[in-house]
Design a protein around this ligand. Sequence first.
Ligand code: NAD
Length: 296
Amino acid sequence: MTRTIDGNAVAADVRDDVAECVATLEAAGVTPGLATVLMSEDPASETYVSMKQRDCEEVGIEGIDVELDADAPAAELFETIDDLNAREDVHGILVQLPVPDHVDKRRVLRRIAPEKDVDGFHPENVGRLVAGDARFKPCTPHGVQKLLEAYDVETEGADAVVVGRSDIVGKPMANLLIQKSPVGNATTTVCHSRTEDLAGKLADADIVIAAAGMPEFIDGSMLKPGATVIDVGINRVDADTEKGYALVGDVDYESASEVAGAITPVPGGVGPMTRAMLLYNTVQAASLQHDVEIDL
Ligand code: NAD
């Protein structure tokens, strides 16, 4: 029987753990703080930031909400980051991506103090992750690892296929799966837009992590029976709904769930985990900065 991997339930457990860590930090005189920086008028980005602020409030993390005009000079964003780097009440900094075209994203990521880089995108943190000494694991792949762990999916010796090679999902995901550590030790193949014969790679995969941003392009006929399917994709497709669209994953859930051993739905799979792991990384940042031990 196919198991549905419930991201909402696992994320709720993570949030409970985070709330306990917040209490431990508070008892030591530390209120964890997360600054979100929004330099965009994109409604989706605005929604993501307000959700992150709401998540903080729920677990007792102090949210610091900074908004800049989308056409402000890049220097203003860099100065904002410098100020947040220097603030003692700010333990984590997240600049909502994408930033406007006139701002160099790589310079932004390098500007954030690595010890406050709760997204895990600073080159120092990327390097540490690859070296097997992660400070902060990027939220989405970290959330996927938590889901695999929560559902006792054996990764050791498994053949895993990651579909997508982005810096925020595909690459760190593959790096985590190959680490000699729990929820690692998988034989991992990374597929991307230039991969020939994706179906051939998927046919042998015990674990599929789909993160290509292509609506429902992986279907049940491409999967190995019993495979664990983690669908990271979130795609808007036209639909006869109130909003005029629906959200679907990269996987065709209906046909895939007839073949898979376990599968995440969209929504309600990876999405809530990404949000929860940001809170996790924030309390971890506060713990490291103040040398207060927490139980995560
Ligand atoms: P991206 O556009 O940066 O990367 C997509 C990757 O998919 C690229 O590396 C590309 O090579 C690969 N790709 C494209 N077409 C392909 C094909 N036909 N076959 C194989 N590979 C192909 O996207 P991203 O930021 O990594 O996000 C991927 C998806 O995950 C998007 O739908 C995004 O909305 C979603 N996402 C979800 C969460 C979450 O919390 N659930 C978080 C981040 C991203």
